[in-house]
Ligand binder design. Structure first.
Ligand code: GDP
Ligand code: MG
Length: 279
């Protein structure tokens, strides 16, 4: 049975979409060890069974909050066959941050472009075909509040779940300083097979540069090249601090947003409208 996780920012329509997909016939539990609610349901679509999970709403997959940690751990440990990242079409830039993080992980993510009614009211034009091409994943339009697009979404989920390749990991440039060290770290990680049973080498390197507490402490327990990676990350961070007065983590976030705006430039146009004042 294929597993499907529904992920996205708070209030983007995840629960509405989950209810449309499951007919609001679900089981509620908590994620293991924490008081974060987990809604789960089994459904049949065109004769195929799926288990659907509603992940906690978060803006990012950096494990600063319990919800972020739960969402990322679920994806890493349970390896859902398909992640539907629900994107609020009226707030695409912010919503794509999490999407980019899924793509960096190499997670099998596709997108439901929800709230397209709100985007239309606000005269935000989104070229959905161009968006799918730029993101390199299937994108299906939905209006979850009106149960629109649900069938089309499930058809695409089934197709995506059955495909071998799914999405390819996204390698964006984080600028010359970071890119150079990232490649060196990635090679070390690959050669040592350090944490590679669970994670992509480049992703582990990125997490060391971002000083991701969870991954770095997992790395410390693993041993291996942990100390070398920590030293490389520390050296780069002090260089960045001296030259750019910031941290690798902040720079990486800036480059993610830069990547997102470069995509949206050719995908989204906005006709200024008096209706804007209503929202
Ligand atoms: P969640 O926090 O991601 O689970 O979002 P919810 O499903 O709870 O939805 C948040 C609010 O947005 C609710 O009031 C929904 O009725 C509304 N909503 C969900 N999808 C849509 C949509 O496509 N269009 C509009 N206009 N409202 C929506
Ligand atoms: Mg919800």
């Amino acid at each position: 049975m294929k597993s499907v996780a529904i992920a996205g920012n708070p209030n983007c329509g995840k629960t509405s979409l989950f209810n449309n997909i499951t007919g609001a016939n679900y089981h509620v539990a908590n994620y293991p060890g924490v008081t974060v609610e987990k809604k789960e349901a089994k459904i049949k679509h065109n004769g195929e069974e799926f288990v659907i999970v509603d992940l906690p709403g978060t803006y990012s997959l950096s494990p600063y909050s319990l919800e972020e940690k739960v969402a990322r751990d679920y994806v890493v440990n349970e390896k859902p066959d398909v992640i539907i990242n629900v994107l609020d079409a009226s707030n695409l830039e912010r919503n794509l941050y999490m999407f980019v993080q899924f793509m960096e992980m190499g997670a099998p993510v596709m997108a439901a472009l929800n709230m397209v009614d709100v985007a239309k009211l606000r005269k935000i034009n989104i070229d959905i075909k161009a968006l799918g091409e730029k993101l390199n994943v299937p994108v299906i339009e939905t209006v979850a509040r009106e149960n629109k697009g649900t069938k089309e979404l499930l058809d695409e989920v089934a197709k995506f779940g059955a495909s071998q390749k799914k999405s390819s990991p996204l390698d964006i440039s984080y600028g010359p300083d970071i890119d150079e060290v990232l490649v060196k770290m990635e090679t070390k990680i690959k050669d040592a097979g350090f944490m590679t049973a669970k994670y992509l080498p480049r992703w582990v390197a990125l997490k060391y540069l971002e000083n991701d507490e969870q991954i770095v402490s997992e790395g410390a327990e693993t041993g291996g090249v942990h100390h070398e990676l920590s030293a490389m990350a520390e050296k780069l961070n002090s260089h960045i601090k001296t030259t750019q007065k910031t941290t690798a983590e902040n720079l990486i976030a800036d480059y993610r947003y830069g990547y997102i705006s470069s995509i949206l430039k050719s995908v989204v146009s906005h006709e200024d409208s008096p209706l804007d004042r209503l929202y």
